[in-house]
Ligand binder design. Structure first.
Ligand SMILES: [Zn+2]
Length: 213
């Protein structure tokens, strides 16, 4: 059975560890809750920071709570070009070997040696939804989008499964613009290769060497 998956766009944002937050906003500061996000427990904060790279900066960037173990900056590929850092695609939380940047807050600034990622597109779902869609945590799937005039099939979409998740696919602003996203766009997992996880890169390599599946 195919699931109709809401597609949500993540604009550039920052997750902070408590220690870095205190350096930016002061020893007595705390994250200020504004509203909940689609994933349970995640929320938008009132506090904003400036992200600075070698070639540019973004002011007034949202912080998402709660605190994380490590500070992480999520940008689109276009954003990384604008501030002059390399765009490294990663799943959230895997920041070893990623570029750094500076963050400026009202009470201070910090230099980060790592933490800037372009988030790998992904779907959040519950174990029940995963079993219905016949996918597992960390599978990579194709998603066909609902669109006007600019339909797109996304490859390499990683599935994340947890009982605490709510069904949603997360893309960044570049990806959303690429399929001219509607007000509330949706997608569905497209079963190619008998429903097996398959890498688009591998498929492309095969086609270019004359293997047609
Ligand atoms: Zn997400």
């Amino acid at each position: 059975m195919s699931l109709k998956i809401p597609i949500e766009t993540s604009a550039r944002h920052v997750h902070v560890c408590e220690e870095d937050f205190k350096k930016l906003f002061g020893e007595d500061a705390e994250l200020t809750y504004v509203h909940e996000l689609s994933q349970p427990g995640q929320y938008l904060c009132k506090e904003r920071v400036t992200i600075v790279g070698p070639r540019g900066k973004f002011e007034n960037v949202a912080i998402l709570g709660p605190y994380r173990k490590e500070t992480q900056i999520e940008l689109s590929m276009t954003d990384t070009r604008k501030i002059g850092v390399s765009g490294v695609i990663r799943q959230s939380g895997y920041i070893d070997g990623t570029p750094g940047c500076s963050l400026i807050g009202p009470a201070g600034s910090i230099e980060l040696e790592k933490g800037v990622i372009v988030a790998k597109r992904h779907i959040h779902m519950t174990p029940l939804e995963a079993s219905r869609a016949r996918v597992r945590d960390n599978d990579e799937v194709f998603v066909i989008t609902e669109s006007y005039e600019r339909g797109l099939i996304f490859a390499d979409v990683v599935v994340r499964v947890s009982p605490s998740f709510k069904l949603a696919m997360h893309v960044d602003t570049d990806e959303a613009n690429a399929f001219a996203s509607d007000v509330s766009p949706t997608g569905a997992i497209l079963k190619l290769f008998d429903g097996q996880t398959y890498s688009l890169q591998q498929w492309a390599d095969e086609i270019q060497s004359g293997i047609n599946r």
